[in-house]
Design a protein around this ligand. Structure first.
Ligand code: PNS
Length: 160
């Protein structure tokens, strides 16, 4: 049984994230989506809210679990007993940072592999920051985030 971990901030989960989760779930026995709780960025959504949004987005995917983690990813990997980190790559610009993280994680634990899944082409431009920017100004989130999340995300920015 192969369990992989897809780590990130997911502030909030986008259709780009969901596409990577679905593809990983079709390739491996189990996908644990690891939501970082102690990011240096100030999130728009609390970790509990980000987890809830991911749970709603993945409710039909039986081999996907959502879990919070803090501290180093390598320690979370040990806790989950997984050796494979999944990352999504949107463009060449993502690669340098992702490659640096992959090599750092490999240096900290030489049993770990990072597998990069290229993003689906329709979501190449998409990021959580773009979703927040659109929501902040009352724009249309259709097609950018899972449909069920739209009212929840919009509510957060209604009076912001
Ligand atoms: O969605 P993000 O913000 O790009 O995700 C970044 C994340 C959570 C994958 C990365 O910041 C991370 O793994 N943080 C945990 C701390 C850690 O292990 N740092 C060393 C590896 S760079």
């Amino acid at each position: 049984m192969i369990t992989v971990v897809y780590p990130g901030s997911f502030d909030p989960c986008t259709n780009g994230h969901l596409a990577v989760i679905k593809r990983a779930a079709s390739l491996f026995d189990k996908v644990v989506v690891g939501v970082l709780t102690n990011s240096s960025k100030t999130p728009a959504f609390t970790v509990e809210e980000r987890i809830e949004l991911l749970k709603i987005a993945t409710e039909d995917l039986k081999n996907v679990e959502i879990a919070a983690f803090s501290g180093l990813l390598v320690d979370f990997m040990k806790k989950i007993d997984s050796k494979i980190i999944i990352k999504g790559i949107r463009a060449v610009s993502d690669f340098e940072y992702e490659f640096q993280m992959a090599l750092t994680n490999r240096t900290l634990c030489d049993e770990l592999e990072t597998l990069f899944l290229h993003t689906s082409k329709e979501y190449m431009f998409l990021s959580s920051s773009i979703v927040k920017e659109i929501a902040k100004y009352g724009g249309n989130l259709n097609g950018l985030v899972p449909e069920k999340l739209i009212p929840i995300i919009n509510r957060r920015f209604e009076n912001a």
